[in-house]
Design a binder for this molecule. Structure first.
Ligand code: DX5
Ligand code: ZN
Length: 220
């Protein structure tokens, strides 16, 4: 697949979320990454399905919704109804992951599974054929603007190898501390979708930053 940029609105101006989404859409974003945090699974609270539903009207770009919440099964229907296109749950937060993944897919939405930096790939190997997207965290989830954990690079490579060995078509997404400086290395290891919050929304020009990232991806 073509490599894609997914700006994380966690680092956008929350008082102008609709405008911020339109700005990154104009700047060339491929997806909008929405970080949902509950103050339990991660030590931060962000937005819920009501805000996602309101934002749905501001763009045609797919919504890549990253659920960093305890017991996400309780909220899947709400986030599907709000207009999510990809729903990603954390394997560490779900008891019956196979059931959850198939429930999401049964709703006509792509199912993603995310792994924290300390969670081994082996914990999800058996479910790879069932999922659409594997989200490898390159920071500990909870906040934007954290430092990229470079020891995740071999994990991405290993995931890519396993996916190729199994002949699967699923997408690898990386999230946390992604910048124009490390995006090339992430692409080389096999990542397909690059979530970037602070490096886009904290930059003086969204269009220049996304253009720079895409230029690096095109050459990688
Ligand atoms: C971290 C979130 C990320 C975060 C990325 O818990 O899942 O999506 O917003 O932001 P940056 O790119 O600033 O690390
Ligand atoms: Zn995220």
């Amino acid at each position: 697949m073509n490599k894609q940029i997914a700006p994380s609105i966690l680092s956008a101006d929350f008082s102008r979320l609709g405008e911020e989404i339109k700005a990154v859409e104009r700047a060339g974003a491929d997806l909008i990454h929405v970080d949902v945090m509950d103050g339990h699974y991660v030590p931060n609270i962000t937005i819920g399905p009501g805000v996602v539903a309101a934002l749905r009207k501001t763009t045609k770009l797919p919504f890549d919704v990253h659920l960093m919440i305890e017991d996400p099964d309780r909220y899947i229907d709400a986030f599907v109804d709000a207009g999510s296109n990809i729903l990603t749950v954390h394997t560490e937060a779900v008891i019956h992951l196979h059931r959850t993944v198939h429930y999401i897919k049964g709703k006509g939405v792509k199912a993603g599974v995310s792994l924290n930096p300390s969670t081994p790939l082996g914990s999800i190997e058996e479910i790879l054929p069932d999922i659409d997207l594997l989200l490898i965290m390159t920071v500990n989830p909870g906040f934007g603007g954290q430092k990229f954990i470079s020891s995740m690079l071999p994990k991405i490579r290993k995931a890519k190898e396993i996916i190729q060995e199994k002949g699967l078509g699923l997408t690898i997404e990386v999230d946390g501390g992604v910048t124009p400086e490390n995006i090339g290395a992430l692409a080389q290891e096999g990542a397909d979708i690059f979530v970037a919050g602070a490096s886009i929304f904290g930059s003086p020009s969204y269009i220049e930053t996304i253009k720079k990232m895409k230029g690096i991806l095109a050459g990688s």
